[in-house]
Design a protein around this ligand. Structure first.
Ligand code: Q46
Ligand code: ZN
Ligand code: ZN
Length: 304
């Protein structure tokens, strides 16, 4: 099959909209779509200082690559979770990816910072739950400590669709009220604005873009992810997408239109300042400082 726009051989068949594209025209198509997402949701101002959280995986690598290509002022943060070889590989890929695009990379290693890696703490809390809490705290505080205007993460359309699907199936209306492509800055900037530039591109498109542009990334799954329900939701959505192309994007856009219905359910807990770190918290001590039993705040200020 030939590309829709030129004589070259097709590199990918897109299902929605249905068309065959060569590498070059696919790259153009993908970038146009991301640019449109950034503009539609007003993700950045031209001179924003952007922190991209890079895991070593494809989504964040593509996010950093595209933002850099668009000329944004980005720096990257890699959080090494201390999950054995998986994390070591992730760090190596993150370094490679940032070298490739010429973006500064900062690294925070959970084991060095907190005394144990993810999966090594004796707790009843599920690993992914305190991992998520730890990552979110670190990238937010890192951004806050260093004056970044916005944090960009690599979440793609499949991640969003499966998150919404999962939370509808469980009627987690609190989560449904808060999800979206942009989380505005709050509490005098202590919660830094978060954005997802890949919000409208599918995982398959991200993989194809990485391939077309020579972006290398870690393919191994985190050992704790096995059997995660997210993967099951994704599989169901992929099956639906096969049968009815456009299912995922229509589902997510429909959700955004109806999201206000869930907002009534939002119980805004009054936030105070954590007694240990001073960051926003619903209790006396924030969940990060409580979980890691901290007595003094972690400081991420980059030394000049
Ligand atoms: S949350 Fe869970 Fe992931 Fe953390 S422990 Fe691994 S699978 S890395 S996105
Ligand atoms: Zn072409
Ligand atoms: Zn705290």
């Amino acid at each position: 099959m030939k590309c829709k726009f030129c004589d070259k051989l097709a590199f990918i068949k897109l299902h929605y909209p249905k068309m065959y594209l060569c590498e070059e025209h696919f790259t153009e198509y993908f970038e146009r779509k991301v640019k449109r997402t950034i503009e539609r949701y007003k993700m950045f101002k031209p001179d924003d200082k952007i922190l991209v959280v890079v895991s070593g995986g494809k989504d964040s690598a593509v996010t950093a690559y595209v933002l850099k290509k668009f000329g944004y002022n980005i720096e990257c943060l890699h959080i090494n979770l201390g999950i054995g070889e998986y994390s070591e590989k992730g760090e190596r890929y993150a370094k490679k990816q940032c070298e490739m695009i010429g973006a500064p990379l900062h690294i925070v290693r959970v084991r060095e910072l907190l005394g144990a890696g993810i999966g090594e703490v004796r707790t009843r809390r599920p690993t992914c739950s305190y991992c998520g809490l730890t990552k979110r705290y670190i990238f937010n505080k890192f951004a806050y400590d260093n004056g970044f205007d916005v944090v960009a993460t690599g979440h793609n359309l499949d991640d969003e669709a499966s998150f919404i699907f999962n939370n509808i199936m469980n009627w987690n209306t609190q989560y449904l009220a808060k999800q979206g492509p942009v989380t505005p800055s709050a509490l005098s900037g202590k919660l830094v604005k978060k954005v997802k530039p890949l919000y409208e591109v599918t995982e398959r498109e991200v993989v194809a873009y990485a391939l077309a542009n020579g972006i290398e990334y870690e393919i191994d799954e985190c050992p704790h992810a096995r059997g995660a329900t997210t993967l099951e939701w994704k599989a169901i959505l992929n099956e639906m997408e096969e049968k009815r192309p456009g299912t995922k994007i229509n589902f997510v856009k429909g959700y955004l239109r109806k999201k206000h219905l869930f907002e009534a359910e939002l119980e805004e807990a009054e936030l105070k300042e954590c007694k240990v770190c001073g960051m926003p918290s619903s209790g006396e001590v924030c969940s990060f400082c409580r979980f890691w039993r901290l007595e003094k705040p972690v400081d991420f200020k980059i030394k000049p």
